[in-house]
Design a protein around this ligand. Structure first.
Ligand code: ATP
Ligand code: MG
Length: 309
């Protein structure tokens, strides 16, 4: 459904909304009036009406438990190349879900992102997947050389792996959101099975500094996560996001994510793994609050060939 089909939205308003980053009915439905007013030329009362119309027009889709089960049967699991990590995850990174890796610098978030970018491409006969990947790089830490090493480590053809790794650089948080807004055609065209967002939060943190902007930031992040969730659901793909948090030696396992993105990110991720560095270059991943898996820990390492036990 196009924006113009909403009542009271003419071509000009639709244009303004699109320019402001509201490309879909859904993005409007989850907005608040102040956000829409912000894009200019639309008053708060009209903004509220537009939002209500968008909400009304959204199809309410109810499914029976059986249908949900059927859908879950199409779910794929991407292996991580660490059997301990796979076991912790109940087999691997699930499609139709967002998996968040959070932890301090150097804890292995980007390395896992690279490994998964390769593993989604393992041929269909072995994993039932064999798809391509979109790597949304916000910190300029994507390294094709690393993909080559990891692909070689997995006995795959590095050239073809690189060809099926579609990289998008995001230069700020708005840009990041627009990329995800427009990514659907690429997903279909390139048969994408995984989207890596590395890092989910760095731009949001930089763009919304200061106390007064916290609510805005959370709202934007919320919308971004919602967009990602929807893509994963509609295209049976896995979304993996990374989130840097400071190591806090003074706490144990209360809430280590108070810093960035906070509860918004936490509540919209289906699986959350907290990574920390351990002795002898080992890393520990801890699964937190999974809807269906027991909480637990796995030890893995980062080597030249990628992620291993
Ligand atoms: P940040 O929050 O700064 O983005 P991160 O969690 O993404 O950190 P990574 O970049 O995934 O951290 O991890 C970096 C670590 O991975 C290095 O410190 C090193 O221990 C390991 N590493 C990276 N490349 C290799 C390699 N080629 N061989 C062995 N280990 C490597
Ligand atoms: Mg990183």
């Amino acid at each position: 459904m196009e924006l113009e089909e909403l009542p009271n939205i003419g071509a000009t308003t639709a244009e303004k909304l699109r320019d402001g980053g509201f490309n879909s009915i859904e993005s409007i439905a989850v907005a608040n009036p102040a956000e829409i007013k912000e894009i200019g030329g639309i008053g708060e009362a009209v903004a509220a009406k537009i939002i209500n119309a968008a909400r009304d027009s959204m199809e309410m889709r109810f499914m029976t438990g059986t249908e949900v089960l059927e859908k879950r049967k199409t779910m794929k699991k991407i292996p991580t190349s660490s059997s301990a990590l796979d076991e912790l995850l109940g087999g691997g990174i699930e499609s139709q879900a967002i998996t968040e890796f959070f932890g301090e610098f150097g804890s292995g978030k980007t390395q896992i992102g690279h490994q998964l970018a390769v593993n989604i491409q393992i041929p269909d006969e072995e994993t039932g997947i064999g798809k391509s990947v979109i790597y949304l790089d916000t910190e300029n830490t994507f390294r094709p050389e690393r993909i080559i090493q990891i692909a070689e480590g997995a006995g795959m053809d590095p050239e073809s792996v690189l060809e099926n790794t579609i990289v998008a650089r995001a230069y700020n948080s708005d840009h990041q959101m627009v990329i995800i807004d427009r990514v659907e055609s690429v997903i279909k065209e390139k048969n994408v099975g995984l989207i890596v967002v590395d890092s989910l939060t760095s731009h949001f943190r930089a763009d919304y500094t200061g106390r007064g902007m916290l609510a805005d930031r959370q709202q934007k992040l919320n919308r971004h996560m919602h967009d990602l969730q929807k893509l994963s659901d509609m295209h049976n793909l896995a979304v993996v996001v990374t989130n840097q948090v400071m190591a806090r030696p003074d706490f144990f396992f209360g809430d280590p994510t108070t810093s960035i993105g906070g509860h918004i990110v936490g509540h919209s991720s289906t699986f959350r793994l907290y990574l920390r560095k351990s002795k002898g270059g080992k890393r520990v991943a801890r699964l937190i609050d999974s809807p269906s898996l027991p909480d637990g820990e796995a030890i893995f390492s980062v080597v030249k060939e990628g992620i291993r036990d």
